[in-house]
Design a protein around this ligand. Structure first.
Ligand SMILES: Cc1cc2nc3c(=O)[nH]c(=O)nc-3n(C[C@H](O)[C@H](O)[C@H](O)COP(=O)(O)OP(=O)(O)OC[C@H]3O[C@@H](n4cnc5c(N)ncnc54)[C@H](O)[C@@H]3O)c2cc1C
Length: 597
């Protein structure tokens, strides 16, 4: 059975030593989150994930979800009880305002908990995950009545949420959307159409399911400008908040898929279902973007989560499996062979995953803190910087962390040799489950296009310039620190490559958009590598400072610094390759006639 231990200590190092969370005590909710309180909360969350969620991961994969003849869906054995333990612990509302039953704590804590939950059981974690996304959208765009009708129940966890965008003919290109909304004359709309691939669309964990649905109001313009967002509950809600009659929405079937078997992926049929407009007419995409941005970050976290849990299991196996002898002579002469962790190639594999995991976690915590600043700061200038940062980082976190999350799950599987391919070891599930993260919430090619096509040039390039300035200033300030030499120089070089690539797009992509399209994925990864290199440089500085404390912490900080050096030596050089690919342009890519493929 695969193992999982939530990385609470690593997170505490990030919050307290790298990002100095106490600096943000002026933000609402932060003063309550003292280091002791945060540690206690995360340890409690870790326990739930390790003891309740993780043991159900493999059984959930084997059981899958079942659609019953009456259209109801049964989730794997134990999921309902585990979900109840999650909601009873108050995890759903950890960072939701107290007004709606939440605890109002920093949302970065919720993001951290999402990593633990997803590592322990990705499929199960998606039920509360989608609910939290729907809560976020209703908080921003719902009317007061909608907020008070739905949010307390969703925060309590007795009602869950979904997002309904995709239709059979319309995935990336939402402008093709056909689901229609006809005014009923009483302020509600009759929603009709078919949505596919709807995660958690139907299940047995909650009394009600609150669907957020994109549809086109009769007579609205075609394309993305005529799309509106509606809230459509599975059961209508009476004036006193109790549940009324069943609404005209049902699960038509379940998809049979490669992974996340414990999550119900539903075809949802809307047949004149009663729905209410959320936000303004024809501005539905704008409203849904709150949920999509939340979900994109959460999916990036899912990518890391699978890399982390796969890594932990690969390390345990590598210490245990005896094969061959060390190149420098036996390390365990009393045994028939050495454990495979003595082999440089196995160590290279493990360190490439470990050095990604720790940098990706730092990037997520940094992004989570910026999300809190963007939503909670009363200082407009500070809010704007944080919002710029979020816009820039959302596609990077989603695209890079999931591409590499999957790649790393495969690397960790490789450590098991043939046993990694056998289902009972659990490594195959991590690979299968990680694969979806590259696809849903906007396939990663689309994330790359969002970064290059929309985010780089936004507000005259203000966001990217501020990123360049921040990383450049760090390099300058620490250029003479002997202890950081192995970090600052490669970071500076990577930053230079990113700046050259950005300049190349400015000079070559305006007149020829294909140059942007053909280089976008490489640019997103170049950006991700530099951002993670920056995280490593910041972590190295903090680790170096803490080493002096002695008391057993020095060995941990040494390991941190070694992991960081591995990243700088082995991962950062990729920035040069990415730059070369980007500046080769789109000529060959686009010259190939369609019939020659
Ligand atoms: C298990 C699962 C769960 C899901 N959960 C949900 C959910 O809860 N709610 C929901 O609404 N949807 C959900 N989805 C749908 C998911 O978000 C879509 O599958 C995804 O957005 C891609 O859409 P598509 O499958 O139609 O692919 P397409 O849009 O057909 O894209 C196919 C390929 O073409 C590329 N491509 C398309 N257009 C462009 C372009 N303009 N430029 C460059 N490349 C392009 C894409 O990157 C992709 O690689 C889920 C899907 C799955 C499989």
């Amino acid at each position: 059975m695969p193992v999982y231990k939530a990385p609470v200590e690593d997170v505490m190092f990030l919050l307290n030593d790298v990002f100095l969370i106490e600096r943000h005590n002026n933000l609402p909710g932060f003063a309550d989150a003292t280091p002791d309180v945060v540690e206690a909360i995360l340890k409690e969350g870790a326990k739930l994930c390790e003891e309740v969620f993780a043991p159900l991961n493999r059984t959930g994969d084997l059981d899958g979800c079942t659609r019953n003849p009456d259209g109801s869906v049964t989730t794997p054995k134990g999921f309902k009880e585990a979900y109840e333990a999650y909601t009873a612990g108050g995890w759903m509302g950890l960072s939701v305002p107290e007004e709606f039953g939440g605890q109002g704590l920093p949302s970065v804590l919720n993001t951290i908990m999402q990593e633990f939950v997803s590592s322990a059981n990705l499929a199960l974690g998606m039920y509360p995950g989608l609910t939290q996304g729907a809560i976020a959208a209703l908080l921003v765009h719902g009317t007061e009545e909608q907020k008070h009708t739905y949010l307390p129940k969703m925060v309590e966890g007795t009602w869950t949420g979904t997002m309904n965008l995709t239709e059979p003919h319309c995935g990336t290109d939402l402008g093709l959307l056909k689901t229609k909304a006809v005014p009923n004359g009483d302020g509600s709309y009759a929603i009709s159409g078919t949505k596919i691939f709807i995660s958690a669309g139907e299940h047995d964990m909650a009394d009600n399911i609150v669907h957020l649905v994109l549809a086109r109001i009769e007579g609205a313009p075609g394309g993305t400008k005529g799309i509106s967002l509606f809230v459509v509950p599975k059961f209508l809600v009476n004036a006193d908040g109790s549940l009324g009659e069943r609404n005209g929405v049902a699960c038509g079937s379940l998809e049979h898929k490669m992974g996340i078997h414990g999550n119900a992926t539903c075809v949802m049929n809307y047949d004149g279902a009663k729905g209410w407009l959320v936000g303004q007419e024809n501005r539905g995409l704008n409203a849904m973007f709150v949920m999509m941005n939340e979900a994109r970050l959460a999916v990036g976290v899912q990518g890391l989560s699978q890399s982390e849990v796969a890594y932990q299991n690969a390390v345990a196996y590598a210490k245990d499996r005896l094969q061959g002898r060390s190149l420098t002579g036996p390390k365990f002469p009393d045994r028939p062979a050495d454990p495979i962790i003595v082999h440089p190639d196995v160590r290279r594999t493990l360190l490439s995953v470990k050095s990604f995991n720790e940098a990706a976690r730092a990037l997520i915590v940094w992004t989570g803190l910026n999300s809190d600043i963007a939503h909670r700061s009363s200082d407009e200038a500070q809010r704007q910087i944080a919002e710029d940062y979020m816009g820039l980082m959302t596609p990077v976190v989603k695209g890079v962390l999931t591409d590499l999350g999957f790649e790393n799950a495969v690397k960790a599987q490789q450590v098991f040799g043939g046993h990694g391919y056998i289902e009972e070891w659990g490594m195959s599930q991590f690979v299968r489950d990680a694969r979806i993260t590259m696809i849903y919430e906007g396939a990663n090619g689309i994330q790359a296009m969002d970064l290059v096509g929309r985010k780089l040039g936004k507000d005259g390039g203000r966001a990217i310039m501020s990123f360049f300035n921040e990383v450049g200033a760090f390099c300058q300030d620490n250029a003479n620190d002997e202890n950081l030499r192995g970090f600052v120089a490669p970071l500076q070089q990577g930053l230079g490559h990113l700046q050259q690539a950005t300049m190349w797009f400015m000079q070559n992509a305006m007149a020829r958009p294909d140059n942007a399209g053909a280089g976008a994925t490489d640019y997103m990864h170049l950006f991700g590598t530099v951002a993670m290199g920056y995280m490593w440089a910041k972590m190295a500085k903090a680790a170096d400072a803490r080493k002096a404390e002695g008391n057993g912490i020095a060995a941990k900080m040494d390991a941190k610094l070694m992991t960081g050096r591995f990243f700088m030596e082995r991962m950062m050089p990729e920035t040069g390759v990415r730059l070369a690919r980007i500046t080769s342009g789109a000529d060959v890519t686009m010259a190939m006639p369609v019939e020659a493929f």
